[in-house]
Design a protein around this ligand. Sequence first.
Ligand code: FPP
Length: 233
Amino acid sequence: MIKNLYKIPKHVAIIMDGNGRWAKRRGLPRVFGHREGAKAVERILKAALNTEIKWLSVFAFSTENWGRPKEEVDAIMSLLVEYVNTKVPTLIEDNVRLRFIGRKEGLPEMILKAMEEGEKATEHCTGLNFVVALNYSGKAEIVDAVNKILEEGRIDITEKDFKNYLYIPDMPEPDLLIRTSGEKRISNFMLWELAYTELYFTNLMWPDFDEEEFYKALYFYQTRERRFGKVIG
Ligand code: FPP
């Protein structure tokens, strides 16, 4: 347990990048990379459970990812269904609440069913919130929020009000964003929520990311001084 480190982020968000390259380097089909990527998800969730992190969110599938070959899209969707169908008992045991963000439209029935069942089965869990971004786009989340506001006929809202129209209104903004694979981009992930987030990039491909690397990222966070645009000291 690393419970007593003096500064633990409340919310860690992850852009899990590099599954395809991890597979390609080994002469394997991309799908193998996603399968190893799913194992890394489990590892990091376990590692987060050994800390006081309250929210862990992962970018599993973006609205842009539909542009990939059908067999790859199908494989990612199947992995997600398999994950929910097999891991829910462990999530409950670990007191983890599973939640999804993203647009429901366009998702296959089997995935919608698994998402709904997974969310419902873990609704009562009060430990870590595990957020899976699926068919997600940060711009779409903002547009969806604006449309909800327009539907309600509101004309004057504050930033605080706006937050209530995001996919999970009670989700705190990420303190730390981790992106693997060496790319240094936000790629349309949580555009509203990442405004003051500390960014951590590593060259490791997502399937190679492990507990030790996760703790390295937490250590990086502990060395940052967050000023939120103010002058401190
Ligand atoms: C990015 O690597 C990875 C994805 C788009 C898919 C991530 C999905 C999983 C790990 C499936 C399991 C998820 C859960 C929550 C159990 P990439 O394919 O873009 O890699 P590349 O940039 O090397 O091509």
